[in-house]
Design a protein around this ligand. Structure first.
Ligand code: TMP
Length: 238
């Protein structure tokens, strides 16, 4: 499968059309951004690392019955995926208090949640991805009620699977963002799952192994992305 015209360039990926109208190529860049694009930089080889990590995780999720857009790993920075009509709602899952939840609720970072929390955000950079609920989604036609139910069902099922998956590899899955899209009448998990869109802490030490190192200038950014790569991809063939 060859790259055709560029379809879209995002903050961390470029999407290319292919000869097949149902398939696109995701090209993973090293560009890093935070705080809705206010902070910009580069994380060396992040694209290679995220491409591999995401491929391994999507294959795992597929093996457990979660439908995803993933088709195949093409090269260090490219993967073939099904073309989606993206649902403009970001689904955030949380297992531990951190980030905006700590701020919004005035809770200490690191507090373990008794039950996972699922949140919706409107995918709109110009507005800074504001938090929304099911009534906003229905009113503004972002997804049907049936699709919202599927986002919740898939979100919680993915969370159960991934909490265990990361734990077995020495990582605490604190929180993360998922994106979904429509393809041939079905909802599929899209985008990527990588240290860019997840909070991942060392299970023993609680050391941060994710983009918070870049956001808050904690140093050793590349080193910690590489550590996640080793923990996730070390025993997985690509
Ligand atoms: P938050 O604490 O800033 O709301 O983010 C929760 C998690 O979701 C965190 O792991 C980062 C991820 N996230 C993104 O990657 N992109 C987004 O647009 C949002 C809203 C969250």
């Amino acid at each position: 499968m060859k790259r055709q015209k560029q379809l879209y360039e995002g903050k961390s990926k470029i999407i290319f059309n292919t000869d097949d109208p149902d398939l696109v190529i995701q090209y993973f860049k090293d560009d890093a951004s935070a705080f809705n694009g206010v902070k910009k930089g580069t994380i060396v080889d992040k694209g290679v690392i995220n491409n591999h990590i995401s491929a391994v995780i999507y294959r795992f999720l597929e093996s457990k019955g979660i439908p995803t857009h993933y088709v195949e790993h093409m090269s260090d920075r490219e993967q073939l995926t099904k073309k989606l009509d993206i649902i403009m709602v970001e689904v955030v899952l949380r297992n531990v208090v951190a980030g905006s939840l700590a701020k919004r609720m005035g809770r200490p970072e690191g507090e373990v949640l008794k039950n996972p929390i699922l949140e919706f955000y409107y995918k709109d950079d110009d507005l800074g991805d504001p938090m929304i609920n099911e009534y906003h989604i229905r009113e503004f036609g972002l997804a049907t009620d049936d699709e919202v139910q599927q986002l919740k069902d898939f979100g919680f099922k993915i969370n159960d699977l991934l909490v265990e998956y990361f734990k077995e590899r020495g990582i605490r899955l604190v929180d993360y963002k998922l994106e979904f899209g429509r393809h041939q009448g079905k909802i599929l998990l899209g985008d990527e799952i990588s240290p860019d869109g997840c909070r991942l802490w060392d299970l023993k030490t609680d050391e941060k192994l994710d983009k918070d190192r870049f956001r808050f200038n904690l140093g050793k950014v590349e080193e910690k992305y590489q550590e996640v790569y080793n923990l996730i991809c070390g025993d997985a063939k690509i």
